[in-house]
Design a protein around this ligand. Structure first.
Ligand SMILES: [Zn+2]
Length: 359
């Protein structure tokens, strides 16, 4: 076991040569502790875990080797531990680094090295911590959203057929785009979905490039859902690989294979009303790498018409940088007050005719 662990540690790791202040060192050790999965680590160390709550892990104390099933207790957040029956922590030290050092017969710094290799967080490397933090934040966002997402079991053609009978007049309302029934029918908009919080939602089906139904985006029509949950997506939907409306748009690209990329569903519908059936939505503020690949394999020319706000401008700049030399890309910068969806079909026609003449 010892040999294995020593092999796992990478002795050739390059380190920042600047000495750390005591404070910096403490902060970095806290980060390392934060990154440890306590339950997994205890199992790795051979603990017989008997009980896990939201805050605590209980086990037989492997240090003194007794049979009491809950004498060893570790706090899942601080990773501090104690031994109730024999006070083993008094002899060893109650933090996880001392515990690892004791169990694996390692010095404190070797125990830190071991934990770094297990967690992938280097206490000497700011970048690895920042990456870890991003990963954790992303996991947390996904976890929160999953509780509030649309069950995958509902995302099928039979349910969609039923949802379509219950579409509200929400999107017909001029305040919400003023879309005619025929357009909403064309895009198969449904309704009657009620989320776990009781908010009624209209249902926008999302199909992949082969027209396979892959997700719904469900729009709160009550105006009461929190801003960030205005739209709920099907659980586990990975928008990285899908451009909304691509299955239709690719049939209308013309000889020059032109695709118009916008941010949202409603902008696609509005362009459709203006006679542009070759529009797709990236369903966000940026065109993801997977969506970029979809564009490369489908189109020769991309007209990029993201929203006029700061996020849209940032997204446009990023797309230009990412996609330059890979596809011909023509940005259309809009004023910040109105998204494509807020414009009349005539205004959109005018915007796009200017582009065509300019090319
Ligand atoms: Zn003990």
């Amino acid at each position: 076991m010892m040999q294995q662990i020593q092999q796992q540690m990478s002795p050739t790791r390059t380190r920042m040569s600047l000495p750390l202040s005591k404070e910096e060192r403490i902060i970095r050790l806290e980060r390392l502790k934060d990154a440890i999965d306590a339950e997994q680590l205890l199992r790795t160390l051979g603990f017989d875990i008997t009980h896990v709550t939201a805050d605590e892990i209980r086990a037989k104390c492997k240090i003194h080797g007794g049979d009491n099933k809950t004498s060893f207790r570790m706090n899942k957040h601080t990773k501090n531990w104690s031994c109730f029956s024999h006070g083993c922590h008094d002899k060893i030290g109650f933090d996880i680094i001392h515990l690892v050092g004791h169990m694996l017969n390692l010095s404190f710094s070797a125990a830190v090295d071991y934990l770094e290799s297990v967690t992938g967080i280097s206490t000497h490397d700011e970048v690895s911590y920042v990456e870890y933090r991003r990963y954790k934040d992303r996991q947390e966002t996904i976890r929160q959203m999953d509780n509030k997402s649309i069950p995958t079991s509902l995302t099928d053609e039979v349910y969609l057929k039923n949802f379509r009978k219950f579409r509200s007049s929400y999107f017909e309302n001029p305040a919400n785009g003023g879309f005619p029934k025929e357009v909403l029918n064309e895009f198969e908009i449904g309704g009657g979905f009620v989320d776990k919080f009781g908010f009624q939602r209209d249902v926008i089906p999302i199909r992949d490039k082969s027209r396979r139904l892959v997700a719904y985006s469900c729009r709160d029509i009550t105006g009461k859902a929190p801003y960030e949950y205005k739209y709920l997506l099907t659980e586990g939907f990975d928008k990285n690989k899908v451009l909304y409306n691509l299955f239709r748009a690719k049939e209308f690209m013309g000889e020059d294979r032109i695709i118009i990329v916008v941010e949202g569903f409603k902008s696609v519908w509005k362009l459709y009303m203006a006679g542009y059936k070759n529009a797709v939505a990236c369903m966000g503020r940026t065109i993801t790498p997977g969506q970029q690949s979809l564009l490369y394999s489908t189109a020769f020319n991309v007209i990029l018409m993201l929203d006029g706000d700061e996020a849209g401008r940032t997204g446009t700049a990023k797309a230009l940088k990412d996609m330059q030399n890979k596809i011909n890309i023509i940005p259309v910068l809009l004023s910040s007050d109105r998204d494509p969806a807020d414009r009349t079909p005539e205004e959109l026609q005018e915007l796009l005719s200017v582009i065509k003449q300019g090319e």
